[in-house]
Each structure stands twice: as structure tokens, then as C-alpha cells.
Write a protein that binds this ligand. Structure first.
Ligand SMILES: [Zn+2]
Ligand SMILES: [Zn+2]
Length: 181
């Protein structure tokens, strides 16, 4: 997943990439340890435009990710479709070669993606876009009823009698306590 700078002509270049999970090691690792699992294929559309030594990228992806609902703990699939922008800039070679990593970090903090030797490496920036698109608190449905805190049943599927009991047993117990010193 890379592109030679010379392939981007004056009026830009449009590329479509159809990727698999194995193209993205961080996504693979995440799936293997029980985190969100992206379905295949992962479809990217990228438009590259060269401005001097800078390359602007208008990107879009369509993906489906398997998540676990934060309320009812059921697995579900969610479609993700996002547009994004990237800016590739030539890697500045430091004079003494010592603080190259530092320069690279600074470039990334500015939201820029450094490239070397006339080659744009796409894997890491694309992987980052997918990671950023994962919802932080996934819900299978806005109206998900979650699990019953008493018996643990999934209230989307079954009704239980727990809610008919006195509102909160903890407070009922406190009411009977003697708080005098
Ligand atoms: Zn749910
Ligand atoms: Zn219950």
C-alpha cells in the first residue's frame, strides 16, 4: 500500500484500494485480543493532489466493524463511512542524524504525514483513520435497554420481575439504620 510520487500527475490521481484485515497489523492485533473486529473488505477511495513537494489527500472509506454493546454486551455490526484529509510532506533530514525521531514526531503533531524517498506509505495513516472511527461507547441501538442490574437478563429480549421490587434495596436498608452517634 504505497504510491510513488511520480505517479501523481498535474491534475491529480484517484485511487481505490480494497484492503483486508491483514493489511493492518494494529487492527489484527485488536481483533485477536477481543476488541473490535473489522469485516473485510475495507474499501478506500483516495484522491491525491500534488502542491510543490506537498501531497494533499482527500480520502473516504467504507467499513463494517463488529463491536460489543456497552449496555447489553451483545455483539453487533456497525457500518462506518468517513471522509478525511491527509497531508504528506517530505521528511526533513536532520543535519547530524541524531534527532530524526523528534522531527518525525513534531511533523505528526502538526497533522502532517512525513514521506521519504519519493514514496507515500499509506498503511499507517489509513490504519489510523480506521482506529479513530471506532465508536468509544458503542450501543447496539440508541434505545438499548441493557442488562437488568439484579438478575443480569438482557432486557431487550426478556422481561423480568426485578423492577417491581422496592425501588432500591440499598436505601431501604439504610432507612432502617440508626445514624445517631
Ligand atoms: Zn445493547
Ligand atoms: Zn431482572
Amino acid at each position: 500500500m504505497q504510491l510513488e510520487l511520480k505517479d501523481i500527475k498535474g491534475d491529480g490521481l484517484e485511487q481505490a484500494y480494497t484492503c483486508t484485515l491483514s493489511d493492518f497489523p494494529d487492527l489484527m492485533a485488536m481483533a485477536e485480543c477481543g476488541g473490535p473486529v473489522f469485516s473485510e473488505p475495507l474499501a478506500f477511495k483516495l484522491r491525491f493532489q500534488k502542491t510543490g513537494r506537498f501531497v494533499e489527500v482527500d480520502g473516504h472509506f467504507d467499513a463494517v466493524v463488529g463491536l460489543k454493546c456497552g449496555r447489553c454486551l451483545q455483539s453487533f455490526k456497525q457500518s462506518l463511512a468517513e471522509s478525511f484529509n491527509l497531508t504528506f510532506v517530505p521528511q526533513i533530514e536532520s543535519a547530524d542524524g541524531d534527532d530524526e525521531e523528534e522531527i518525525e514526531l513534531e511533523t505528526e503533531e502538526l497533522g502532517l504525514t512525513p514521506y521519504r524517498e519519493e514514496t507515500l506509505k499509506l498503511r499507517d495513516p489509513l490504519q489510523e483513520q480506521l482506529l479513530m472511527a471506532i465508536p468509544i461507547s458503542p450501543l447496539c441501538d440508541e434505545s438499548c435497554q441493557g442488562l437488568c442490574p439484579e438478575c443480569g437478563c438482557n432486557r431487550n429480549i426478556e422481561a423480568c420481575d426485578c423492577t417491581r421490587k422496592p425501588f432500591n434495596n440499598k436505601f431501604t436498608a439504610l432507612a432502617g439504620m440508626d445514624f445517631k452517634k
